[in-house]
Design a protein around this ligand. Structure first.
Ligand SMILES: N[C@@H](CCC(=O)N[C@@H](CS)C(=O)NCC(=O)O)C(=O)O
Length: 215
């Protein structure tokens, strides 16, 4: 199975880690901004990453890809079956993909990606998102994180993975999430990053991240 995309994308990281947690082998092939292999060009009609290629089956969108993987290997590893836990897991995935990513991308894109793709960074937009949008997200997480540290069911699930992925990107270029101002958030983020599947993904993306962070 091939994942087309750039490893540091929160959506790409989400499917890479999800696959690892499900015991599904994936090969990651670089793609993005309209450039990549046939599987990406044909499988992602709007040029977004990730795209999936499984033989002759092409699919885009991280949530669709995760749904496919979960159906291939049914089990509760990442998506609980109990109705309320399952629904809350999907809420946190949606929250990560839309609310967190909408704010986080302004910070990560403008402080890390723009220069690399030869676009003019809007640093004021990044500063505004950091000062005005992200604190509401951190406050929310600080309020909902249980004492055991995981968002749903007392264990690592898609909820933690999806909500954390865009914050991991923000943390590359902003001290706030790990500053200690939101102690439960900082502890949760550290626990997510320490998860072997996530740690392996972060190690694999480090060479791609390094030039983005170079002064
Ligand atoms: N809903 C999609 C979002 C994918 C997405 O927006 N990916 C970004 C990278 S983080 C992208 O491809 N951006 C390039 C573009 O918008 O042209 C998913 O879950 O996969």
């Amino acid at each position: 199975m091939i994942i087309h995309g750039a490893r540091p994308s929160p959506f790409v990281r989400k499917v890479i880690v999800f696959a690892a947690e499900k015991g599904i082998d994936v090969e990651v092939q670089p793609a993005g901004f309209g450039r990549g292999g046939e599987g990406y060009l044909n499988g992602s009609p709007f040029g977004k990453i990730p795209a999936l290629e499984d033989g002759d089956f092409l699919l885009c969108d991280s949530t669709a890809i995760i749904t496919y993987m979960d159906a291939l290997k049914p089990g509760e590893e990442m998506i609980p079956a109990e109705p309320r836990a399952r629904a809350r897991t999907i809420w946190y995935e949606e929250f990560g993909d839309t609310i967190v990513q909408a704010a986080g991308a302004k910070i990560f894109f403008n402080r890390a990606v723009a220069r690399l793709v030869k676009r003019e960074p809007d640093l004021a937009a990044a500063d505004r998102a950091e000062a005005e949008e992200m604190p509401k997200i951190y406050d929310y997480l600080e309020g909902v994180l249980p004492e055991d540290g995981w968002l749903v069911g007392g264990r690592f699930t898609l909820a933690d993975l999806a909500a954390a992925c865009p914050i991991i990107n923000v943390a590359y270029v902003s001290d706030a999430p790990e500053s200690g101002q939101w102690p439960k958030l900082a502890a949760w983020l550290a626990a997510v990053k320490a998860r072997p599947s996530v740690a392996a993904a972060l190690e694999a993306e480090a060479p791609t991240i390094a030039p983005m962070l170079a002064k």
